[in-house]
Design a protein around this ligand. Structure first.
Ligand code: G4P
Length: 187
């Protein structure tokens, strides 16, 4: 998606040829117009989806735009921390975060995932793919159908795509960064 690639070039900051900071339009301040275009792009790849699933926090904006573009279909986000009033009525999975070196539980209330759902999983970044793998494992407990996974920005050199595709899930990303060279992205 050229619009997104151009924005990454203009305002993204790359740290140590490893981390892309996009706080300017995605992870802190949000450019709603650009995010809406990302949502339309993802919806065009999965036009038959009738539910969008993501994980808090930064995935929610992308999921909202995708849901809007899919005729306002329901959007469900997995929670990273069990609420004090959480019942046992949840699907759960474990996610390892490489960047933060921790493993955490994710959960979704069983009433929000059903057989007959055709789900597109979305996230802001695809890096190692652990969030995506955890969401696939969680959703599969419900019997819902997963049409595919979509990220706004994929770092194509961290194996995330392969980790999700290994589960038989289609992967799409609006912008794919093949490498960082001299702290610049190579698409
Ligand atoms: P994964 O999401 O593909 O599994 O990758 P990983 O475990 O490596 O990522 C952990 C967190 O770091 C994720 O956010 C992911 O989106 C984010 N991340 C990975 N690489 C980059 C990068 O180059 N730039 C930025 N800005 N983020 C990156 P999270 O912890 O779930 O954060 P949040 O959604 O709660 O904000």
């Amino acid at each position: 998606m050229k619009l997104l690639e151009d924005r990454i070039i203009q305002t993204g900051r790359i740290i140590n040829n490893e981390i892309l900071k996009v706080d300017n339009f995605l992870n802190h301040q949000i450019d709603v117009n650009l995010i809406n275009e990302i949502g339309k792009d993802i919806a065009s790849i999965y036009p038959n989806a009738n539910k969008v699933v993501t994980i808090e926090t930064s995935g929610i904006a992308i999921a909202y735009a995708t849901s809007l573009a899919l005729n306002n279909c329901p959007l469900v986000f997995a929670k990273k921390q069990a609420s004090k009033i959480t019942s046992n009525n949840n699907y759960t999975a474990k996610v390892k975060s490489f960047t933060k070196s921790v493993t955490y539980d994710i959960s979704i209330d069983k009433s929000y995932l059903n057989k007959g759902d055709k789900i597109v999983i979305v996230d802001d970044f695809l890096a190692n793919g652990n969030a995506g793998v955890g969401l696939v494992e969680l959703i599969r407990q419900s019997g819902a159908e997963i049409l595919g996974f979509a990220s706004a920005i994929e770092k194509g050199f961290q194996g995330g795509r392969e980790n999700i595709e290994r589960l038989g899930i289609k992967v799409y990303s609006c912008a794919i960064i093949k490498a960082f060279k001299d702290n610049k992205p190579v698409f």
